[in-house]
Design a protein around this ligand. Structure first.
Ligand code: FEO
Length: 398
């Protein structure tokens, strides 16, 4: 990728990572990008860097515009290593006059890279600096999604450099929202939200309210991952409002794994009960659906119905994986139930219900357990479970 002009004298000098397929447990099956922004003003300023293996690509992109040693300021909006990985090398190569970051970022930089003789300058929420023709206002966004996170807002350009927020893990040759299908873009953005920002939804609500209150005039949102929102930044702001309110649709998920297809038969019977009630549903076998894709579906679903047979006095490991992952992401306002077959002890259903209670997923119908293989009556019980959960979904999403 060559540097991409995104505004007058502002360039994306970041890189496309076409090959990454796992981002600490998130399936990045379409790769990602690490965006970094170079502003050519009286004080030439670089906003963020990229993941360490891409250091030479970053420098190559900067050199296409200016000698890296001409850079005056570096802004570290976020210390996670996909953005700060090159900070030591960039500081070494550039020798910037100042490195701006939040107070928490200063601590995090020192924890990651040791205490060095870097010209770190801590900025406060709302503080402005001048680059010459334009100013930068820093907005602390603590815990969105790390303690150090902040945004940089350039009022003269109406540009919000938003760090991880509003991003997507999606490697493309395109740069802007009007160059890709909006539905696919929002799908990637939803996956990103569900897997990274969901637990901080109350903070996202506060942030959106603050952005409205201080009347930020924004016509472009440039995140550190994926596509830049230039045609319709309101689309992603509105989507974040919906996602952070965790507004559910009339939709249910049947999430299951199976040993000898007994629990699978039960899953399909539960789904047919949901179908009878006219509720949208998806049947997600944990062997074939990645946890991060399941969380994307969880984002707008009202009901979660979990199915696992009992193995060695517990649930299948795939079910433990998704429940553990989901618990950390703190979905809110869900209802559901559980089901599963067993041979002689049958603890899986009880264990799944315990996890659901810990996640405050309201168990609206008693779970169904079946010994060995479900017969017609047992499958009828599963259909009824689906019907009842479906009715509850309709009542709660009216
Ligand atoms: Fe893209 Fe939190 O790093």
């Amino acid at each position: 990728m060559a540097p991409i002009p995104i505004k007058d004298k502002i360039f994306n000098v970041g890189v496309v990572d076409w090959n990454i397929r796992d981002f600490h447990g998130y399936s990045t099956y379409k790769g990602t990008t690490y965006n970094a922004y170079l502003v050519m003003d009286d004080k030439i300023t670089l906003f963020d860097t990229v993941k360490k293996p891409f250091k030479s690509d970053l420098l190559h992109h900067i050199r296409a515009i200016t000698d890296p040693q001409n850079i005056d300021y570096l802004v570290v909006n976020h210390v996670e290593m996909d953005h700060s990985g090159c900070v030591p090398e960039i500081i070494e190569a550039v020798r910037p006059q100042k490195v701006f970051c939040s107070a928490m970022a200063k601590k995090a930089l020192e924890a990651h890279y040791g205490s060095r003789d870097w010209p770190l300058e801590v900025v406060q929420n709302g503080q402005e600096i001048s680059l010459g023709q334009r100013t930068v206002r820093f907005l602390e966004t603590r815990m969105l999604h790390w303690p150090d996170s902040m945004f940089s807002y350039l009022p003269q350009d109406k540009l919000l450099i938003s760090s991880d927020a509003f991003g997507q893990h999606w490697a493309t040759s395109e740069t802007f929202d009007d160059q890709v299908p909006l539905s696919e873009l929002l799908r990637h953005a939803a996956k990103y939200y569900a897997n990274i920002l969901l637990p901080y939804s109350p903070l996202v609500q506060k942030l959106l309210a603050a952005v409205t209150e201080i009347k930020l005039d924004i016509d472009m949102i440039a995140p550190d991952h994926g596509i830049i929102w230039r045609s319709d930044p309101k689309a992603i702001l509105d989507a974040y409002d919906t996602w952070s309110l965790q507004k559910a649709q009339r939709k249910a998920l049947v999430i299951y794994d199976t040993m000898w297809q007994s629990t699978e038969k039960m899953a399909h019977a539960v789904a047919s009960g949901l179908a009878e009630e006219g509720v949208a549903y998806k049947v997600l076998n944990l062997k074939h659906n990645h946890r991060s894709d399941i969380l994307t579906e969880v984002l707008d679903s009202k009901a979660l119905i979990f199915g696992s047979p009992t193995l060695n006095n517990g649930m299948l490991p795939t079910m433990a994986d998704i429940l553990c992952y989901m618990k950390g992401l703190k979905p809110m306002g869900k209802i559901g139930s559980a089901f599963g077959s067993y041979g002689w002890s049958g603890e899986a259903v009880k264990d799944m219900v315990r996890w659901m209670e810990e996640m405050k997923i309201e168990v609206v119908e008693p779970p169904v357990r079946v010994q060995y293989v479900p017969n017609h009556e047992a499958l009828a019980q599963c259909v009824e479970l689906g019907r009842r959960v479906g009715r509850a979904v309709k009542e709660r999403t009216a």
